[in-house]
Ligand binder design. Structure first.
Ligand code: MRU
Length: 352
C-alpha cells in the first residue's frame, strides 16, 4: 500500500498500525507512539501526541483501519458493531476541528461499502480508504501551496501562529505549505513564528519544522506581534484553520483573532490556508463552532513546572473565531478566495 512520502511525516501507517511522531515532546525528543486500535488513536488525539486539524482527521481514519484489522476474524455483525463503537470513541477525542468528523464520516461510508465482503477483505479495503484520505490531504496541501505562493512576494516576511505545517497534516502543511511552496518557487521568504501559548506549537513545532528545512525563522512571544507589525517587520500573516463556517468565519488556535485585528489595524494582509475538509457548511457562522476548553494545568505551568498560585481560577479556550471580514483571503486546494463570504463559500462547494 503506497503513500506519498513527505519530508516530515508525522503519521506513518505500517503493518496495520499507526506510528505517530510524539508532538508533546518535540523538539527535545523525537519519540514515536504506536497506535494499534481506535482507542489508542483516540487517546493520542486527545492527549496531543498528534494535533492539527488535517492530521487528526487522517489519524482518526487510520484508527478505524487499525480497528478493522483487529476485528478481521470476527463475524460481519460483530465487525460492524466494533467499527461503529470505534468511530464513536474517535469522535469524542476533540471537538473543534471539523476534519476529525469529516474523516470519520468518510470512513463510515467506506465501511458501509464493504457490506458484501468478508471482514478480512473489508479490513484491506478500509485500510486503502484511510490511505487514500492521507494521500488526498498531501495533494490538497501541495495545490494550496501552489495557489497561495502566488500571494507571496520575493523577500516576504511572514508571520504565522500555532503550527500549520507538515506536523499538522499528512504532509507539506497548509499555512507552512504555502511558505514551503513559495520557497520552492525560488522566493526568499522568512517566517516570524508566534510562540503560541499555552501549548507552544509555534516555539516547539513551527520553529523545529522551519529549521529542518532551513527556512529563516524568528521566534517571538505572542505579545510581541503588535510591536513587530508597528515596526514594519511583517508583510503578511498566514495561519491555518480548524473549522470554517458557511460565511467564512474561521476557528483557529487561540490568539488568531487578536492577530487578525492587529493585522487589520496595520493594513497587513491576513490569510487563512485550509483544505475543503476544514469547511463546515452546516453552520451559518462562527458562533456555532464548539470551542474546546482544555485543562487548567496548561496555563498554570508547563512540563511539570507550576508558576501560578494554587487555587487561582483559570480559563483555557484552545481556539478562537476570526470573523470573515478580518480575513483578506482563504487559500484552498481550489484556489484563492478573496474576501470570504457566504456566496464565495457556496461557489467553492458548487462543483466539489
Ligand atoms: O490544538 P492544535 O495544536 O490541534 O491546534 C492546531 C491549530 O490551531 C492549527 O492552526 C490548525 O489545526 C490548522 S493545522 C494545518
Amino acid at each position: 500500500m503506497s503513500a506519498v512520502q513527505p519530508a516530515v511525516q508525522t503519521l506513518n501507517w505500517h503493518d496495520h498500525a499507526l506510528d505517530l511522531i510524539d508532538q508533546r515532546v518535540l523538539p527535545q525528543r523525537f519519540d514515536i507512539v504506536r497506535c494499534t486500535d481506535a482507542a489508542e488513536t483516540a487517546a493520542a488525539i486527545r492527549d496531543m501526541v498528534v494535533r492539527g486539524a488535517p492530521a487528526i482527521g487522517c489519524a482518526a481514519a487510520f484508527g478505524v483501519a487499525a480497528e478493522a484489522w483487529e476485528h478481521r476474524d470476527d463475524g460481519r455483525q460483530a465487525f460492524e458493531v466494533a467499527l461503529a463503537a470505534a468511530m464513536e470513541v474517535l469522535a469524542q477525542s476533540r471537538p473543534t476541528a471539523i476534519n476529525l468528523f469529516w474523516a470519520i464520516e468518510h470512513m463510515r461510508k467506506a465501511v458501509a461499502a464493504t457490506r458484501s465482503v468478508s471482514p478480512r477483505e473489508a479490513s484491506e479495503q478500509i485500510e486503502q480508504a484511510a490511505m487514500n484520505l492521507f494521500n488526498a490531504d498531501i495533494a490538497a496541501n501541495r495545490a494550496m501551496g501552489a495557489a497561495g505562493a502566488a500571494l507571496v512576494r520575493d523577500g516576504a516576511r511572514i508571520m504565522t501562529h500555532c503550527n500549520a505545517g507538515a506536523l499538522a497534516t499528512a504532509g507539506h502543511g497548509t499555512a507552512l505549505g504555502v511558505i514551503r511552496s513559495a520557497r520552492d518557487m525560488g522566493k526568499k521568504v522568512s517566517v516570524i513564528a508566534n510562540e503560541t501559548r499555552p501549548f507552544l506549537q509555534g516555539a516547539r513545532l513551527t520553529a523545529w519544522e522551519m529549521l529542518q528545512e532551513k527556512i529563516p525563522v524568528t521566534l517571538i512571544t505572542d505579545n510581541m506581534a503588535g510591536h513587530m507589525m508597528r515596526e514594519g517587520r511583517v508583510d503578511m500573516v498566514i495561519v491555518g484553520a480548524d473549522r470554517i463556517a458557511a460565511n467564512g468565519d474561521t476557528a483557529n488556535k487561540i490568539g488568531t483573532y487578536s492577530l487578525a485585528i492587529l493585522a487589520k489595524h496595520h493594513d497587513i494582509p491576513f490569510y487563512v490556508a485550509a483544505p475543503l475538509s476544514t469547511f463546515d457548511t452546516s453552520i451559518a457562522n462562527g458562533a456555532a463552532i464548539p470551542i474546546e476548553q482544555r485543562h487548567a494545568d496548561e496555563v498554570t505551568g508547563y512540563a511539570g513546572t507550576r508558576w501560578a498560585p494554587e487555587g487561582v481560577e483559570v480559563a483555557n479556550p484552545a481556539f478562537d473565531v476570526t470573523p470573515a471580514e478580518l480575513i483578506s483571503a482563504i487559500i484552498t486546494e481550489k484556489g484563492v478566495m478573496l474576501r470570504p463570504s457566504e456566496s464565495a463559500v457556496r461557489a467553492l462547494f458548487k462543483n466539489a
